[in-house]
Design a protein around this ligand. Structure first.
Ligand code: AMP
Ligand code: MG
Length: 420
C-alpha cells in the first residue's frame, strides 16, 4: 500500500502533455495556449475619444469656466467607426462619440456635461466649453492597450474569457492550444444496468459512468463512454481494447479481492500494473497501470486508472488522481483544487490509519470556515457527495479528529450548487 502522494506522483509520471491543435477561439476556452501570441496591430489602432463630447485643441479651452465659457465653432461630427479628415483650426471643435478616431489637430475631448450643449438647438453650430483641458484629456492613445509586435499572451496561458477577448482584439479567429484528452470510461459488474432500463432483481443502476463522464468533462477532457462490461474476462478485455484508442482509460469496479474482481487481472495480463492499493479511505483498492498500444515508433502507453466500484470511492479517486492527470495532459500546471483551513464540527474516527477524505459542507461564519460532515460516510452513499462542497483530510497519523479540531479541506466547489 502506497501513500496518496506517491500514487499521484506515479500517475503523473505516466502522463504527458498532449500535442497542439488549431481551433476557433470560441472553442478554445479553458485550454492552454500552445504558442506565444504577438500582436500584428496596435490596440486601439488610432488615438480615439474616451468619452462622448467635443474634440478640441486644448489651448482653445484655456481659462474656460461655466460662467466664462470659451465658445468654439462646431465644424463636424465624428462617430465611432468613421475617420474625420478635417484638421481642427484654432477656435474649432468637432462633436465626437466614444471610440471615434480623434480628428487631426485635436488634443483633448471635453465631455458633454462640461459644455453648454443642453441649452443649444440642433444643428449645433457653436458650443460653449465650461472647463479648461490639458492635452490628452479623455483620449485613448493608439497602442495604449497593446503595441504592435509585442508579446501579448505567453505559451502556457490558460484561456479564460478575457484571453479569448484579447485574441479577438488582435483579429485572431483561430489559435494553437494543447488538445483535450479523450478519456474512455468503462463500468464493470454483473449487477449493473443502464438508466432507462426497468429495475430488475439483484441489479443496480450504473451511476459511475455518469459521474465519471461529468468529472472528465469538468476537468476539460472528452469522455468516451464504453458502457457496462460484465464480470467475464473476455468481455472485459474486448471493452478495454475499445478504450485503448483514448488517451486514458478509467474503469470502475472489479479491483477488490472478490471472486469476480477481474479488472486488476486484465490489467496485469494485458498491460502492466504500476500499483494497487493506496493508503486512503475511501478508495483503497485503486489500481493503476498502463497498456501498450501500437508498435515501433507508434508505440504508446495508455494509462489506466481502475477505480473501486463504490460510487464515492470512484469519485474521490477521480478527484485525487484522474483530474490532475487530465490537467497535466492539457498542459496545465496547477493540478490541485484549492484547500481551506476549517474547524471540524463532527467526530471522525480513523481506525486503520489511512488518509480519510471525509465529505463535508464548508461554511464561512464570522470570518472562519467550518466543516460539517454531510451524513453517513459509507463509500456507497453517493448522496454524501451530493450534499458536500469539500473533502476534509484526516491524516494517517490522526486516530480521531474531534469537533473543534483544525482540518484542511479540499474545496470541490466554492459556491453551493454551482457548476465548474
Ligand atoms: P466492486 O468494486 O466491483 O466490488 O464494486 C463495489 C460496489 O460498488 C458494488 O457492489 C456496487 O454496489 C457498486 N458499484 C460498482 N460499480 C458501480 C457503478 N458503475 N455504479 C454504481 N455502483 C456501482
Ligand atoms: Mg464488481
Amino acid at each position: 500500500m502506497i501513500s496518496v502522494e506517491e500514487a499521484l506522483e506515479r500517475v503523473l509520471n505516466c502522463v504527458h502533455v498532449l500535442e497542439a491543435e488549431e481551433k476557433p477561439i470560441l472553442e478554445a476556452l479553458g485550454q492552454v495556449l500552445a504558442e506565444d501570441v504577438h500582436s500584428p496591430v496596435d490596440v486601439p489602432p488610432l488615438d480615439n475619444a474616451a468619452m462622448d463630447g467635443y474634440a478640441v485643441r486644448a489651448e482653445d479651452t484655456l481659462g474656460a469656466t461655466p460662467t466664462s465659457p470659451r465658445v468654439l465653432k462646431v465644424v463636424a461630427e465624428a462617430a465611432a467607426g468613421t475617420v474625420v479628415e478635417h484638421r481642427l483650426e484654432p477656435g474649432e471643435a468637432i462633436r465626437i462619440m466614444t471610440g471615434a478616431p480623434l480628428p487631426p489637430g485635436a488634443t483633448a475631448v471635453i465631455p458633454f456635461e462640461d459644455t453648454d450643449e443642453m441649452k443649444r438647438q440642433s444643428p449645433i453650430a457653436e458650443i460653449g466649453i465650461h472647463r479648461s483641458a490639458d492635452g490628452g484629456l479623455n483620449i485613448r492613445r493608439a497602442g495604449e492597450d497593446i503595441t504592435k509586435g509585442s508579446l501579448v499572451l505567453r505559451k502556457g496561458t490558460v484561456l479564460r474569457p478575457q484571453e479569448i477577448g484579447v485574441l479577438a482584439s488582435l483579429g485572431r479567429g483561430r489559435v494553437q492550444v494543447v488538445r483535450r484528452p479523450r478519456v474512455a470510461i468503462l463500468a464493470t459488474g454483473d449487477e449493473l444496468i443502464d438508466v432507462g432500463q426497468p429495475p430488475a432483481p439483484g441489479k443496480i443502476y450504473d451511476s459511475n459512468t455518469y459521474t465519471i463522464a461529468c468529472q472528465v468533462r469538468r476537468a476539460g477532457g472528452i469522455p468516451r463512454i464504453l458502457g457496462i462490461a460484465p464480470d467475464r474476462e473476455e468481455r472485459l478485455v474486448a471493452k478495454v481494447r475499445e478504450g485503448l484508442e483514448a488517451d486514458m482509460l478509467l474503469t470502475s469496479g472489479g479491483v477488490s479481492l472478490g471472486d469476480y474482481d477481474m479488472v486488476k487481472g486484465v490489467l496485469a495480463k494485458e498491460g502492466e500494473i504500476a500499483f494497487w492499493t493506496v493508503r486512503m479511505k475511501p478508495g483503497k483498492p485503486l489500481a493503476f497501470g498502463s497498456f501498450a498500444v501500437g508498435e515501433g515508433d507508434r508505440l504508446r502507453r495508455v494509462p489506466h486508472l481502475g477505480f473501486p466500484g463504490n460510487p464515492v470511492s470512484s469519485m474521490i479517486s477521480f478527484e485525487l488522481f484522474a483530474r490532475p492527470a487530465i490537467l497535466k495532459m492539457m498542459g496545465k500546471t496547477t493540478l490541485s483544487k484549492p484547500t481551506v483551513t476549517a474547524i471540524l464540527e463532527d467526530r471522525v474516527i480513523n481506525s486503520d490509519r489511512r488518509r480519510i477524505f471525509a465529505r463535508v459542507n464548508v461554511e464561512r461564519r464570522q470570518g472562519q470556515y467550518f466543516a460539517r460532515l454531510t451524513g453517513p460516510q459509507g463509500s456507497g452513499i453517493l448522496t454524501s457527495m451530493a450534499w458536500a462542497n469539500g473533502l476534509a483530510i484526516i491524516p494517517e497519523d490522526v486516530a480521531e479528529a474531534k469537533p473543534g479540531d483544525t482540518v484542511q479541506v479540499i474545496m470541490l466547489d466554492w459556491a453551493e450548487g454551482q457548476g465548474a
